[in-house]
Write a protein that binds this ligand. Structure first.
Ligand SMILES: Cc1cc2nc3c(=O)[nH]c(=O)nc-3n(C[C@H](O)[C@H](O)[C@H](O)COP(=O)(O)O)c2cc1C
Length: 334
């Protein structure tokens, strides 16, 4: 990975630390950090690092396979790019939103997985995202913020025209400082209003920003097709638990009714394995994949995904998991 190039392009926004752990960038939102003291970002890293794997080496008779299926999409691995928007005020002034988003969408597509895209103010963020997804024949998942109905459904229409079958809504964007800083606001909706909103969307919907089992239950009851256990990379509320801490309760409550995605602090193949063992069906990776774009655009994304895929295979081999379905909590050393 050409991290020197990333350091130079991201100067003033991201230090491209050897391990992306939220310490050097605490409080930098806008920027790459976690909000406030940065503890929610750090908690994601620490929660994962507290999980220990049980090594078992007399199980696999061939190299483990990582193919999986999610919401009708066939994936080469249960790893996707998390939605990231606002390159010019979060990441770098030296790369356009368009170049960034195309690298994510095309790099993920080339490795047999899917890239998600972000949304925000100004409007070129979602417009360039939809354009990139359209150019990739609909191969991408746009995440849209829960704006007021008019703006929200205009974006849903545009996303549908771009050819996507699945959209995400980052419901935790009600707490996002960057939206408020730009003078915009997101209406507050209780479960009944959100259910009405979801009922009108002609696509599969992933609700992102779930950190509580009760809320996960509500998300399923109001019609979510999948959820993302996420604290937005620690960018919305200071002082939350790490996602790996809340995931087991949420997975127990959902009990397979809808797929569960998770993000926050996933930095290696063994982190991916831990999240799957704790109950996730797939993971999203944010900052490290974002930084890989600044290393070498689409090739950087591909190289990052190839590396973490190799690590996942190795971790599965050493814990006796022959495929994604066979990963469960028995690989965790409690
Ligand atoms: C700079 C930046 C911008 C982001 N923009 C969005 C966005 O537009 N929509 C969204 O749902 N999440 C957004 N996120 C959150 C990520 O999708 C994801 O939840 C988080 O980065 C995962 O944690 P990780 O970076 O530790 O992997 C953003 C995160 C960062 C760092």
């Amino acid at each position: 990975m050409n991290t020197d190039q990333a350091k130079s392009l991201m100067e003033g926004f991201c230090k491209v630390c050897p391990v992306c752990n939220g310490k050097a960038c605490a409080g930098e939102v806008p920027g790459m950090g976690g909000t406030g003291s940065g503890t929610s970002f750090v908690a994601n890293i620490e929660a994962l690092s507290a999980v220990r794997l049980k090594m078992r080496v007399l199980h696999c008779t061939s190299l483990p396979t990582t193919a999986t299926e999610l919401l009708g999409m066939k994936l080469s691995m249960p790893i996707m790019a998390a939605p990231i928007g606002g390159v010019s005020f979060n990441m770098s002034k030296k790369m356009s939103e368009e170049d960034y988003v195309e690298a994510i969408i095309n790099g993920c597509c080339a490795e047999g997985t899917v890239g998600c895209t972000g949304d925000g103010v100004p409007s070129y963020i979602h417009q360039t995202a939809f354009e990139a997804i359209k150019k990739a024949s609909g191969h991408g998942i746009p995440f849209i913020k829960p704006w007021d109905d008019q703006m929200f459904f205009d974006k849903i229409d545009a996303a549908q025209k771009a050819g996507t079958q699945v959209i995400g809504i980052d419901i935790d964007a009600i707490g996002l400082g960057t939206v408020n800083l730009m003078g915009a606001s997101i209406p507050l909706r209780g479960p009944a209003e959100m259910e009405k909103l979801l009922a009108k969307i002609p696509l599969k919907v992933i609700l992102k920003g779930i950190m509580d089992a009760e809320e996960a239950e509500t998300a399923v009851a109001i019609g979510a097709d999948a959820i993302v256990v996420s604290n937005h990379g620690g960018r919305v509320l200071d002082g939350t638990k790490g996602t790996a801490e809340v995931l087991p309760d949420i997975a127990a409550r959902i009990n397979g009714r809808v797929p569960i995605l998770v993000d926050g602090g996933i930095r290696s193949g063994s982190d991916v394995l831990k999240m799957l063992a704790l109950g996730a069906d797939a993971v999203l990776i944010g900052r490290p994949l974002g930084i890989s774009v600044f290393c070498d655009q689409e090739n950087g994304v591909r190289e990052y995904l190839q590396g973490i895929h190799k690590q996942l295979v190795q971790s599965m081999l050493l814990t006796g998991c022959k495929d994604i379905k066979s990963i469960n909590k028995s690989v965790i050393d409690f």
